[in-house]
Design a binder for this molecule. Structure first.
Ligand code: TMP
Length: 200
């Protein structure tokens, strides 16, 4: 069986990280996250999420892509080549929604940049943990990062962007209702994975 590459996506505080870690454990997969996942990527993450930094939009898109390129080269591609499943907390779709749909860069440009970064590697399955924006704001912690500090219309554009992408690529995406408790969400996630992927 081919090693599977699974991405979790969603707005801030959607619960995707909890689900991504759980699925990675269950599948004995390599778990990683974006931006981050490598020494270089984690340094870029610190800059990108710092609320005191004023990152120009195109620099933001390039730094996200740089983190992704490093992660694919150092972690994701080697793991898949060794036959290991990989689960990532965010991937290309985060750039399409945050830097494209919500911030206003052309989505096609952001996609080209990401595909350059990943040498065209894309997930086999993307699970969108979808919650209303009002719910994500309610769940937010005390120290919001640079993206969490954006206004509600930004986050609404992120959510709409994700739903658009999921509708267009519906064979490779599953939209999961993230409003239930973690066990309820887990059961929806597991059902979607079992239905879509050829796992033992
Ligand atoms: P998270 O680890 O809490 O999901 O935070 C990562 C933040 O970075 C989140 O607000 C989304 C943002 N982000 C982008 O804007 N573009 C990207 O390509 C990625 C991977 C993340």
């Amino acid at each position: 069986m081919k090693a599977q590459f699974i991405a979790f996506e969603g707005g801030d505080a959607s619960g995707k990280t909890t689900q991504a870690r759980r699925v990675a454990d269950n599948l004995n997969a390599v778990f990683t996250r974006e931006p981050g996942g490598t020494t270089i990527g984690e340094s870029l993450r610190a800059i990108l999420l710092d609320p005191n930094e004023k990152v120009a939009l195109r620099a933001e898109a390039l730094l996200m892509a740089a983190s992704r390129a490093q992660l694919v080269a150092d972690v994701i591609s080697p793991a898949l080549s060794e036959g290991r499943h990989v689960v990532t907390d965010r991937f290309i779709a985060s750039s399409l929604t945050y830097q494209g749909y919500a911030s206003g860069l052309a989505v096609d440009d952001v996609l080209s940049l990401s595909l350059f970064a990943t040498e065209s590697l894309r997930p086999d399955l993307t699970l969108l943990i979808d919650i209303p924006v009002e719910e994500s704001i309610k769940r937010r912690g005390l120290n919001p990062d640079r993206f969490e500090q954006e206004d509600i219309s930004f986050h609404q554009k992120v959510r709409n962007g994700y739903l658009d992408l999921a509708a267009v690529e519906n064979k490779k995406w599953a939209v999961i209702d993230g409003t239930g408790n973690p066990q309820e969400v887990a059961s929806l996630v597991d059902k979607a994975i079992n239905k879509r992927l050829d796992l033992p």
